[in-house]
Design a protein around this ligand. Structure first.
Ligand SMILES: [Cu+2]
Length: 713
């Protein structure tokens, strides 16, 4: 475990095996395998209709979903079909789209899902992007017990990259299903250690199933569906492999409705629009640019800091179109990409006129109180675009009534990648997401009109006041944490005449990867023989203020499991000066990557819980309240660079009154227990390389539970 860290400490950042690792580009690597990249600009756009995703209305019967490999027409018809992975129903051999299904569940009625891993092994998969991109140097699931982190020795400077760690994984594919945004017991969370393989021989130490099975190729989770109505989703979450499992296709939607608290009756049914970026070769197969270190990484030969694709896929189809009548439609946007953000608006294909506006009616965790207008023709200080980072959802109504039939509207994207300081999208490819074709309408539109501003729900409980950017009335903060986002960078150097530019080695939350006994202030929890060191141990029922201090150059979508939270405000700070103070606070007076925050979690400055020096003296400007369309329940929030993002997190259900005493606030199930949860960056490439920490919720001893493990789930 320490080998990798020792490498960092010794400053071993040189061009390791430069001959083996520094490669000239993706075309050459593919050429070596007899493949060639598909020019994204050559793919016909807007010729494929948006597919309907499979919908499953959840009832009392168990739902079985099998993770399987099949070929789908992702590229336009006439081009090759693509090998993908998806969640199929029993007996279903394939499907039009790899995405899905869409499970529609009702609050108050549990949904039992049997998640079967039927993916086989790395040797037999046809998804080459997966097989050619696994990285055994990562802290990852490691079913064959290669003890990943001891692998770094294979990358001593100058050594040829031929060690076991430089080889791709060849065993059974580990997978697990996480219910993103789900208020669920820890054993059902589908966290990074809950994976299992299709041969049933290997499981993560966090593996759990409701009904024990002799051959553990599946897990049975009975979701309680106790939260408010929300557009949540599910996707793979396997430790150190999520970026590849999701890239291969493992994602679907899970919509919770609440019959007791319905939205306006005439609100249209939503059409999910899951947006992802991908790359293809001329065989139509997925490409993952691993082993092409655009930024050579001496520790992880196949990991890339961010996967940024050149082709846009919506609901599993490249650049689709949707015919719409001149009336209102409701779209549920989900950014299911690895790393790419989208900053979106509608534009007329001919003439470039912008509009119509989008009206956002919901966020990650449910309906907003009232619709929020996002108008590309508004003045610059108003909301003009819909910005979504990976993991975020936006429930949106668009009114096409004023659009002339025959018009074609393009959903445009202008987000730099990585956001905000990366490269701008190509206006002819990644700057376009899909097309809406307005056709002749039939009949009057009696659906909910967001322009009238009528309420969408009974007012949500407010933990943060969206107007003042302060805690809401009646809210008492029991605990504040200051947590950092850190990127561990290699120094630029030159080895054997090859320039090595430096670049990210790993990305961390709170500068912590695998704390061992060197951090006695972290709490060890042992589950099936493996000890995890927890640093975030919230108490159920308490309300916390998390101040997330971004020291990196990019924005990170920070995601907490179990809870929906509220964005309070964001404020700029002096990164240089704070980073200096931060480095000085370490023993020895200089920054140590991955070694935890500089100060003790327990005995730190009370303003600096989380072990970090107080950021307050380095703040500048006024704290900015959230944009109106972010002022709802969130489980994933953008934390821009050089800013402190403040969120209010209550470790309790969202609909309890804001002034509920912590003693009276609890979940209907036990959120404690050793499995725990995680919080992490939802740039999946970051999450896979350490930008994730376990959280363990300490249960409220006064709680009265309705759901009991072993009986109900
Ligand atoms: Cu990140």
């Amino acid at each position: 475990m320490s080998t990798r860290r020792q490498l960092i400490e010794r400053g071993l950042v040189a061009g390791v095996g430069a001959a083996g690792l520094v490669r000239p580009g993706i075309a050459n690597v593919l050429a070596a395998a007899g493949r060639a990249p598909l020019d994204a600009g050559s793919i016909p756009q807007f010729v494929t209709p948006l597919p309907g995703l499979d919908v499953i209305a959840a009832g009392p019967e168990r739902i079985e979903l099998r993770m399987r490999e099949f070929r789908a027409q992702v590229l336009p018809r006439g081009m090759p079909r693509t090998w993908v992975w998806g969640y199929l129903k029993p007996g279903q051999e394939g499907r039009s789209s790899y995405l899905g299904p869409v499970i529609v569940a009702e609050r108050g009625t549990p949904t039992e899902v049997k998640w079967v891993n039927d993916l086989g092994g790395a040797r037999t998969t046809n998804v080459r992007a997966w097989a050619n991109a696994t990285d055994q140097t990562m802290h990852w699931a490691d079913p064959l017990h290669h003890e990943a982190n001891a692998c770094a020795e294979a990358f001593e400077p100058g050594a040829p990259a031929t060690g076991m760690c430089a080889r791709h994984y060849h065993g059974p594919v580990p997978a697990t299903a996480h219910l993103h945004g789900g208020e669920v017991p820890p054993v059902l969370d589908g966290g990074p250690d809950s994976w299992y393989t299709s041969d049933g021989r290997f499981t993560g130490h966090g593996y759990y199933t409701r009904h024990p099975v002799p051959n553990a190729d599946h897990a049975v989770y009975r979701y309680p569906n106790v939260q408010e109505a929300a557009p949540i989703w599910f996707h793979d979450h396997t430790l150190g492999l999520t970026r590849l499992n999701v890239y291969a296709g493992l994602a679907g939607a899970y919509l919770i409705t609440d019959p007791a608290n319905p939205p306006p009756a005439n609100l249209p049914v939503p059409t999910p629009l899951v947006i992802q970026d991908r790359m293809f070769d001329t065989d139509g197969q997925l490409v993952f640019p691993a082993g092409v270190p655009f930024i050579p990484n001496p520790e992880h030969p196949y990991w890339v800091p961010e996967f940024i694709g050149d082709t846009i896929v919506v609901d599993g189809k490249v650049w689709p179109f949707l015919e719409v009548e001149p009336r209102r439609y409701r779209f549920l946007f989900l950014n299911g990409s690895n790393a790419r953000g989208y900053d979106m608006f509608l534009e007329h294909h001919h003439g470039g006129r912008r509009g119509p506006a989008m009206w956002q009616i919901g966020t990650d965790g449910g309906y907003l109180d009232r619709p929020v207008k996002i108008d590309p023709n508004a003045s610059p200080h108003r909301l003009r675009h819909l910005l979504m980072l990976p993991g975020e959802r936006a429930d949106v109504v668009v009114d096409f009534a004023a659009i002339e039939p025959g018009s074609r509207l393009v959903l445009r994207n202008v987000a730099n990648a990585p956001w905000p300081g990366g490269d701008p999208p190509d206006p002819m490819t990644t700057g376009r997401i899909m097309e809406f074709r307005v056709v002749q309408g039939t009949g009057a539109d009696t659906s909910y009109d967001p322009a009238k501003g009528e309420p969408l729900r009974r007012p949500m409980v407010r933990l943060a006041d969206p107007h003042t950017g302060a805690p809401a009335k009646g809210v008492r903060i029991q605990r504040a944490r200051q947590l950092t986002l850190n990127e561990v960078l290699a120094e630029p150097t030159s080895v054997g005449g090859v320039d090595y530019p430096g670049g990210p080695l790993e990305v961390l939350v709170n500068n912590t990867d695998l704390p061992g006994t060197d951090r006695p202030d972290f709490t060890p929890i042992t589950l099936r023989g493996i000890t995890t060191f927890y640093s975030e141990l919230p108490r159920e029922g308490e309300t916390e203020l998390w101040e997330i201090v971004n020291l990196t150059a990019d924005a990170h979508p920070i995601h907490l499991h179990l809870v929906q939270f509220q964005l309070m405000n964001r404020q700029r700070f002096d990164v240089g000066a704070y980073s200096e103070a931060y480095a000085k606070a370490f023993a020895g007076g200089s920054y140590r990557p991955g070694m935890g925050p500089p100060l003790d979690y327990r005995r730190g400055n009370p303003r600096a819980l989380g072990g970090n020096p107080d950021v307050s003296p380095y703040l500048s400007g006024r704290a900015q309240p959230p944009a109106a369309n972010e002022a709802g329940w969130k489980d994933t929030v953008a934390t821009p660079p050089a800013e402190v993002t403040r969120i209010v997190v209550r470790w309790a259900p969202t609909d309890l009154p804001a002034d509920t005493h912590p003693r009276d606030a609890f979940f209907p199930f036990d959120p404690g227990g050793k499995h725990g949860y995680v919080w992490h960056c939802h740039i999946i490439d970051h999450e896979d390389n350490e930008m994730m920490r376990p959280t363990h919720v300490r249960r409220n001893p006064a709680a009265v539970r309705r759901y009991v493990e072993g009986r109900d789930y």
